[in-house]
Design a protein around this ligand. Structure first.
Ligand code: GP9
Ligand code: MN
Length: 636
């Protein structure tokens, strides 16, 4: 017995194995991870490993066995604590910890009150790996290690760790493409890259934005304010306040582009209900309306609509700046006595909505837990839109009025799958399955909107509400240009690609009798002032970049997040200036004056967000709070 010796570095291997296995068990016992297939299970199992290899591997740099063991034990304890903190946090918020919540004391108000009730003696289990590691160090007979580890061994070890990391990321990428740039859902992140790597990623994102914030002192606002004031549009007092006091229902139409409206596909009408609506006597329809989103997709559109600011060029502002001060449309309407809420039958942490909605002062978020998803009511990413609308209207019927409800649909989402009973038209017949199915899911969307109108009428909410609907972003990317070109019967040039960024926009005011097709070139950034003015709310002191589309001062100039732009005369895309009318290349001078302005305006928006500048601004008085900041940054 006495002579049995475990190989060198057994303690390191044991430390890794114990934490790895424990983490995997905790994933299954303490978090509600929805695993849909074997590959996801494999990724879940694998995902703690790369981080553990690296962090425990650091011990190989220590110059004595004792120091190595001490390091392993301390690391194991810290990791156990981090995981346990997530478990306790999850018991309260069904979410993983992200740095900003640690600084949002209101969360801890809730947490502190009942923390004691949520910590159990059996929670010792979460530290079992530390205990076992300690025991192994004490009692396991291990072959004597050299005090100093050979560099070649270390190198081989870290190459292996990197290989595991890339294997993990590669599998995650096939399972969830663009995970790190796009799919900013904490649950998805933890599921795919693991809880420890997720924290590193979170620290990276948060510290980047923190540094820029710390450098700002508010003086930057002077220039931004001048720009905003000089581009401000006076309300059109013929329209201003025409919907005063009404409920506001804003519907985000998932992936809805304008090219399907008032058109047919192989003889099938694609959007029969919306087509009628474009001609309706109570509806303003905007055929020349563009989305302005970037990587944050739906969340960017929400951000633009709420704040009248652009999303960021890289990453989703919902994720990177949820700790900022904002003056959202919800906040303005809340001040007018509106009950403000968002309805979306998806996991609340998707796009970090639960955090961002606090910053936007949205009073309530009806997330997936507010919906009864019966058998057969789910498709793609969540609940089907028809039952979603039905239950949303049920919620509205219970609300104090006036209310502002923003509804986010989901069925018309990539990869555009639908069950047979929900397919009202056949697929298209191009070489792109995505585009072929898109027509069907759009047709379903149309049906669901029709249902929404009926549901509202049935509950007696229709007459007293304004319904605004807009496409959130494109559904068909440029990867499907060949198929698109077949459908449109023309080549997809950069000009056409820009024109394909048009999304439908409807403002429906029951009984107004003012409906018309408004040809004005406009974008999502204009939604905020347009709606607020319709509801009779002044925005002259707001720090917003859009303009009321009904205003005489509204300028036909829409800037895309990537610097492309559209005016009533030109389209600027791929560094080429196109004539809007003909789609032909035109002389560069026609675009020149706008190029700098596009960069300037996007730059001001970025400055406001990155510097968290609205904390230096009082939107009630329009005063810049710069002196106060000078005091804090220069405490003499
Ligand atoms: C997710 C939904 C879709 O909750 O809003 O997001 P998207 O992928 O369209 O940005
Ligand atoms: Mn979307």
């Amino acid at each position: 017995m006495k002579n049995i010796k475990y190989p060198k570095h057994s303690i390191l291997a044991i430390a890794i194995l114990l934490t790895w296995i424990k983490t995997y068990v905790v994933y299954h016992t303490s978090f509600d991870m929805k695993i849909e297939n074997v590959m996801q299970e494999v990724i879940l199992f694998l995902n703690p490993l790369s981080f553990l290899l690296v962090v425990y591997g650091v011990s190989l740099f220590f110059k004595s066995v004792k120091a190595r063991n001490r390091y392993l034990l301390i690391t194991s304890s810290i990791l156990a604590f981090v995981l346990y903190a997530n478990v306790v946090f999850y018991r309260f918020f069904t979410d993983f910890i992200t740095l900003p919540v640690l600084f949002q004391t209101s969360n801890f108000g809730d947490l502190g009150a009942s923390a004691a009730e949520s910590i159990f003696i059996t929670d010792i289990f979460y530290f079992i790996d530390v205990v076992l590691l300690f025991a192994a160090m004490k009692w396991l007979p291990v072959a004597k290690e050299a005090a100093i580890i050979r560099p070649a061994i270390r190198r081989a070890y870290f190459v292996l760790s990197a290989a595991v990391l890339f294997l993990n990321l590669g599998l995650a990428e096939t399972e969830r493409p663009q995970l790190l740039t796009r799919s900013f859902d904490r649950e998805l992140l933890v599921k795919n890259i693991g809880t420890y790597n997720y924290h590193i990623y979170d620290i990276y994102i948060q510290s980047k934005s923190h540094a820029q914030r710390a450098l700002a002192d508010g003086s930057e606002l002077v220039e931004v304010n001048n720009y905003v004031r000089s581009n401000q549009a006076e309300p059109n007092y013929e329209v201003f306040g025409t919907a005063e006091g009404k409920n506001l229902i804003v519907v985000s139409l998932e992936s809805m582009q304008s090219f399907v409206v008032n058109e047919e596909m192989n003889g099938e009408v694609i959007t029969p209900f919306l087509n009628e609506l474009t001609k309706d006597k109570d509806t303003y329809y905007f055929p020349n309306f563009y989305h302005q989103t970037g990587l944050g997709k739906t969340s960017d559109s929400e951000f633009i609509v709420e704040n009248g600011l652009y999303g960021l060029g890289g990453g989703a502002v919902f994720f990177t700046h949820s700790g900022n001060t904002f003056n959202s449309m919800a906040e303005s309407l809340g001040n007018e006595g509106y009950y403000t809420n968002v309805m979306h039958a998806n996991n609340k942490s998707f796009w970090n909505r639960d955090m961002m909605y606090n910053a936007l002062n949205i009073e309530n978020f009806y997330d997936v837990d507010s919906y009864e998803i019966a058998e057969g009511d789910a498709v793609n990413w969540g609940m089907k839109d028809i039952p979603f609308f039905k239950q949303s209207v049920d919620h509205m019927a219970q609300m104090q009025q006036p209310f502002y409800s923003r509804l986010i649909t989901l069925t018309n989402h990539y990869p555009f799958h639908l069950e047979e009973q929900d397919q009202f038209i056949p697929e298209y017949d191009s070489n792109s399955g995505t585009l072929n199915r898109y027509f069907q899911t759009v047709r379903y969307m149309d049906e669901s909107v029709k249902n929404l109108f009926e549901d509202l009428k049935e509950k007696g909410l229709y007459e007293n509400s304004v319904i605004v609907m807009y496409g959130d972003h494109y559904g068909i990317s440029e990867n499907h240009n060949e198929a698109m070109s077949k459908y449109l019967g023309k080549e997809i040039t950069p000009f056409e690609s820009a024109q394909l960024q048009r999304v439908p926009m409807f403002i429906h005011i029951p009984g107004s009798d003012k409906g018309e097709i408004v040809e004005e070139v406009a974008g999502q950034i204009d939604i905020r002032p347009t709606i607020l003015h319709l509801l009779g709310v002044e925005t002259s002191k707001d720090m917003q970049l859009g303009a009321d589309v009904f205003s005489k001062d509204h300028e036909e100039f829409v800037i895309f997040r990537d610097g492309r732009f559209v005016t009533d005369e030109v389209v600027y895309a791929g560094n080429v200036c196109y004539d809007k009318e003909t789609g032909e290349e035109t002389e560069a001078e026609a675009c020149a004056p706008y190029i700098d302005r596009a960069v300037e305006e996007l730059g001001y928006s970025d400055e406001i967000i990155n510097g968290d500048l609205l904390r230096f601004y009082d939107e009630k008085t329009g005063h810049l709070l710069i002196d106060e900041s000078a005091e804090t940054s220069n405490p003499k």
